[in-house]
Design a protein around this ligand. Sequence first.
Ligand SMILES: NC(=O)c1ccc[n+]([C@@H]2O[C@H](COP(=O)([O-])OP(=O)(O)OC[C@H]3O[C@@H](n4cnc5c(N)ncnc54)[C@H](O)[C@@H]3O)[C@@H](O)[C@H]2O)c1
Length: 398
Amino acid sequence: MKVLVLGGDGFCGWPCAVNLADAGHDVVIVDNLSRRKIDIDLGVESLTPIATIHDRLRAWEETGGRPIHFVALDIAQDYDLLLGLLRSERPSAVVHFAEQRAAPYSMKSSATKRYTVDNNVNGTHNLLCAIVESGLDIHIVHLGTMGVYGYGSHRGATIPEGYLTVEVPQPDGSRFQEKILHPTDPGSVYHMTKTLDQLLFFYYNKNDSIRVTDLHQGIVWGTNTDLTDRDPRLVNRFDYDGDYGTVLNRFLMQAAIGYPLTVHGTGGQTRAFIHIRDSVKCVELAIDNPPAAGEKVRIYNQMTESHKVKDLAEKVAAVTGAKLNHLPNPRKEAIENDLIVDNRCLIELGLKPTTLDDGLLGEVVDVARRWADRCDRSRIPCVSTWTHSQAVALQPVI
Ligand SMILES: NC(=O)c1ccc[n+]([C@@H]2O[C@H](COP(=O)([O-])OP(=O)(O)OC[C@H]3O[C@@H](n4cnc5c(N)ncnc54)[C@H](O)[C@@H]3O)[C@@H](O)[C@H]2O)c1
């Protein structure tokens, strides 16, 4: 099957692209390399030394990988090129990772808020428009986020896979049932763009019968897969800085370099997690099991476990002996929240969840220790705040 991987140079996209190629698909990576440019703008680097996309692809072929082509293209800006690419490649599926994905970066300034909205919403809309204009039957597999459901209280309710069945009371006292998109409750501009993506998919699926699988992914942890471990030039990126680093990888990296674990607020925030190997597998399962023609948007909760931030920190401390440091929370969010999630769809399709107890925490610590001398400790604190008044409460710990 021909598959375009939009954003295939990124943290989730790169291991996914090589996995799909390894599974026998003809893969084309489409990426404008904006993530690498943001690193330069922020003055940070992946903890792991990532090769250029061209060296990655050369190494992939030299190690026996099925060739992957690369097209440099901005899906949010280069509409005609995107349409031309769809027409020439005629893919059966497009995996869409190509968005600005850091909540703290999206909250940094008016410029980064506007960039995140322009890039993410325009990119998704361009893809949908181009598929309609091409007249091709292309299945979109999109990486969304568990954050669309919100991290407020769900009052102990299990979060369903995208749709909620509600009862609508009528003036005459009768009631009827309706299945609606689960209400959204974005906690940042980045999360807001993902909720807007959902509406775009809903509309184009209804109007043009575009087939979509929207993967509401939890926070991804881990670094490499067996395939990216094949050669040092295939190594995946490892973000640890305050804008792009995600909580569990940050804790593991902090433990590796003897930096107290940065727990924000009470640490009572509950989040959903998934290991990078499972993330890659889920995308493959989604591609292999497309929605039927005319089927409404499929939504899967792509996560394997939920944890409170403080429990994660304690788990990492128990494994590594790290100390905890409670810091003011730069985000505007509930002090504590519950997150009980239905994730049966991907498990029924064959996902075998990797969990924190599977011994892979140590693997991430080993990766971080190996590259510890590349860490700029001054970039660890989270300095992007959700509101101006929170900025004063943040004192960088160097
Ligand atoms: N990393 C996580 O923990 C996580 C969790 C949930 C959801 N997701 C979602 O998965 C997707 C990928 O995340 P990631 O961690 O790999 O992010 P990433 O920033 O590492 O990768 C995104 C890639 O998309 C490219 N890109 C961005 N805008 C583009 C555009 N307009 N045109 C072409 N390419 C563009 C970037 O250059 C980058 O290579 C995102 O949509 C993100 O929201 C990630």
